[in-house]
Design a protein around this ligand. Structure first.
Ligand SMILES: NC(=O)c1ccc[n+]([C@@H]2O[C@H](COP(=O)([O-])OP(=O)(O)OC[C@H]3O[C@@H](n4cnc5c(N)ncnc54)[C@H](OP(=O)(O)O)[C@@H]3O)[C@@H](O)[C@H]2O)c1
Length: 279
């Protein structure tokens, strides 16, 4: 069945693959990006089943305008795929506070803005599906990832809670945790590398930046395959609340789940009996 699918960050990377796969599957696509000419170039067109609109996800105004344009053109929105994102790498102390805020602004407040604009449409329809691309870094913290993981852990908590808010109106949610996929995320247009500023971190920063840069172009995940998997999920009557994407991510998520179980069990002795004596 042809659906109306809104995608953010459709001019490069996974977003382009999602938009292409959706068009190929016969869906109507609202492909959005900060630079619509870049989105048009990536997707071709014009064509009847494609609307390209400007949407910087950090702008709530842009989000409302894009949603209005989508409804004017196609009459409804069935699926929102919050895909746009970027990466501020570095050890926490070397990430300036304004970069930390920019990371959260794009990766957490961004999808919140677009979802806020879309939800009134989906509530009116009493149907819809919000898919937000998180990351394995939304489940597992790691070295050099403090800002990015904070933004993606935020996505996890927001989306997991949002599910309960909107399920009564027939709106589904799915959080997606990809492992490493070969997109443009690790190129300089998407990753902000830290400026070494603290002697203690200097060597670690230099070698970690080099290691991350060497991953670029070698990531195992194929974003075209992930795009097709996401469309399969968008077509399900009962889509999963989480979709862990890639063998590396599945291993990481399983290890984290076990770690949480172990930590909860280990907390029992000191933490399991902290209620008031009168309860
Ligand atoms: N690739 C991976 O290994 C991986 C792993 C886990 C999660 N993810 C997540 O997957 C999603 C897609 O990333 P990708 O891998 O495809 O990276 P990418 O190739 O760098 O693409 C990122 C996209 O997001 C857009 N974008 C950035 N800031 C934006 C803003 N303020 N408003 C609108 N669009 C904006 C970019 O547009 P511009 O051209 O305008 O910058 C670009 O289209 C992200 O949420 C990322 O965190 C990726």
């Amino acid at each position: 069945m042809s659906k109306v699918i809104v995608v953010t960050g459709a001019g490069r990377g996974l977003g382009t693959d999602i938009a292409r796969a959706a068009l190929a599957a016969g869906h109507r696509v609202v492909a959005t990006g900060r630079r619509p000419e870049q989105v048009e170039k990536a997707l071709g067109g014009p064509r009847d089943d494609l609307l390209v609109t400007t949407l910087d996800v950090t702008s709530l105004e842009d989000a409302y305008a894009a949603v209005q344009a989508a409804v004017d053109r196609f009459g409804r929105i069935d699926v929102l795929i919050n895909n746009a994102g970027n990466f501020f790498a570095g050890f926490f102390e070397e990430i300036p506070p304004d970069h930390l805020r920019q990371q959260i602004e794009t990766n957490l407040f961004g999808p919140m803005n677009v979802t806020r604009a879309v939800l009134p449409v989906m509530r009116r329809q009493r149907a819809g599906h919000v898919i937000t691309i998180s990351s394995l870094a939304g489940l597992v913290g790691s070295e050099f990832n403090a800002a990015y993981a904070a933004s993606k852990f935020g996505v996890e908590g927001w989306m997991e809670s949002l599910h309960h808010d909107i399920a009564p109106y027939g709106i589904r949610t799915t959080i997606v945790e990809p492992g490493f996929f070969r997109t443009e995320l690790l190129v300089d247009a998407s990753t902000t590398w830290p400026e070494p500023s603290i002697d203690d971190y200097a060597e670690r920063t230099a070698s970690t930046v080099e290691a991350w840069k060497s991953i670029n172009g070698q990531q195992p995940g194929d974003p075209a395959k992930l795009a097709r998997a996401l469309l399969a999920i968008a077509g399900q009557d009962e889509p999963p609340l989480r979709f862990v994407a890639g063998a590396d991510a599945i291993e990481g998520a399983r290890a984290k789940a076990q770690e949480l179980l172990d930590q909860a069990d280990a907390s029992r002795e000191l933490g399991g009996n902290l209620a008031h004596d009168d309860t």
